[in-house]
Design a protein around this ligand. Structure first.
Ligand SMILES: Cc1cc2nc3c(=O)[nH]c(=O)nc-3n(C[C@H](O)[C@H](O)[C@H](O)COP(=O)(O)OP(=O)(O)OC[C@H]3O[C@@H](n4cnc5c(N)ncnc54)[C@H](O)[C@@H]3O)c2cc1C
Length: 367
């Protein structure tokens, strides 16, 4: 079985690595010199609950993916020598207002179905754990099961792992179109000719729509720009994810922290603007005002591949034999990478998966 994977972001690279480990021949191509700019620019939270406003049918897959993280990152580390810095440090989901606090109380019921140790803390207890928090917070929900990775290291490890496992890698080589023969997708057109395969996985993030639209496939994906600031010289430490309705902080192993993130409708414009910085620092003043004296070390920018229901398209596309989608991961692409990889490899190699991917049917918006 020869599989072409279009896009070497966290999703395409993870799918490629899974397929290679299961004996498939894999061609991985990316239009950029080094794929996965958005993935490397992201905050790296592996957080099924802290950014999810309510109970959703997507949670069972989020949860399964979180559970895969320790083994998945350990295997990557062992294979490549590059440590993606998986940390199972937990999260404090912070309520800034009485309304936020009511929401946290109702959230606790559905979060408990997965993480029995999640617990609501009053402001005093939360600040004992995380002294950088604003003294005005209402309360906080401690979710010990959540964690984070260093995304730039994760991407380097994934790219190295596929290379060590014998992938055919083409960078700087965009897929210009999908090649259809007798109703089946059997390759991709590049500037250098056609690459043939038994199956094609479109994992092109925010750009996937350009390949799908010419085939009449309606799986809408729009870019949502996100900017993150990297903070150093923290006056008070950040020990776990601090998430709130206005933004979040994620610690790094070297004592720095990431401050995220803007959500901007700016098309494919991937600039960090002064306005984006202003939004982030305004939010920091509400969440952890003591950190306003930290040093801004830099920023990263990425284009989230968002979908109408903020969930990805995972699986086989109806009407086109050999075509699979693994795109549209919106706010959860890092979290969902290992589960996506396993599910897509299952579907391609075995025709089905035991993973709960029904809510992610790629055909759900087809007219
Ligand atoms: C600021 C920010 C913070 C985030 N924080 C988190 C977080 O904490 N946790 C989390 O789970 N998620 C987070 N996300 C979301 C996550 O980063 C994305 O969901 C994820 O990176 C999507 O991965 P991807 O591989 O689909 O896309 P990308 O990383 O964008 O990769 C797609 C690749 O496809 C290539 N490509 C496009 N078109 C073609 C073509 N025609 N031919 C060949 N190659 C092509 C591109 O060059 C690119 O390399 C965040 C995102 C942002 C922007």
């Amino acid at each position: 079985m020869r599989v072409l994977v279009v896009g070497a972001g966290v999703i395409g690279a993870a799918v490629a690595w899974e397929l290679l480990q299961r004996g498939a021949e894999v061609v991985l191509l990316d239009g950029a010199a080094e794929g996965g700019h958005t993935s490397a620019a992201s905050a790296g939270m592996v957080n099924p609950f802290s950014l999810t406003p309510d109970d959703t049918p997507a949670l069972p897959l989020y949860w399964r993916s979180l559970q895969m993280y320790p083994d998945w990152t350990r295997a990557l580390h062992e294979r490549t020598g590059i440590d993606p810095e998986w940390r199972n440090g937990g999260c404090l989901r912070v309520a800034l207002t009485p309304t936020d606090a009511e929401h946290l109380e109702t959230s606790l019921a559905w979060i408990h179905r997965y993480d029995a140790h999640a617990e609501l803390y009053d402001a005093y207890t939360a600040r004992q754990l995380e002294p950088a928090l604003n003294s005005e917070i209402a309360c906080a929900l401690h979710i010990p099961s959540e964690g984070w990775v260093h995304t730039e290291r994760l991407m380097r490890a994934l790219h190295r792992a596929v290379q060590l496992s014998g992938v055919n890698l083409y960078t700087g080589s965009p897929a210009l179109s999908l090649v259809v023969r007798n109703g089946a997708v059997r390759g991709v057109q590049t500037a250098h000719g056609v690459l043939e395969g038994d199956a094609v996985v479109v994992a092109a993030g925010a750009w996937a729509g350009a390949l799908l639209q010419p085939l009449g496939i309606h799986a809408p994906i729009t870019p949502v720009r996100g900017v993150i600031l990297s903070l150093g010289d923290l006056p008070l430490p950040v020990r776990r994810i601090l998430s709130s309705p206005v933004g979040y902080l994620v610690p790094r192993a070297d004592g720095t922290a990431l401050l995220g993130a803007t959500r901007e409708q700016a098309g494919y414009d991937a600039r960090a603007t002064a306005e984006g910085y202003a939004v982030l620092t305004h939010n920091l003043a509400r969440l952890a005002p003591y950190l306003m004296h930290a040093t801004v070390l830099g920023h990263t920018v990425g284009l989230r591949p968002d979908t109408p229901d903020h969930n990805p398209y995972l699986g086989a596309v109806a009407g086109y034999d050999g075509l699979y989608l693994a795109a549209g991961h919106a706010y959860h692409g890092i979290l969902l990478a290992p589960a996506t990889a396993r599910a897509i490899a299952d579907v391609i190699l075995n025709g089905a998966t035991e993973l709960p991917i029904a809510p992610f049917d790629p055909n759900r918006f087809m007219r």
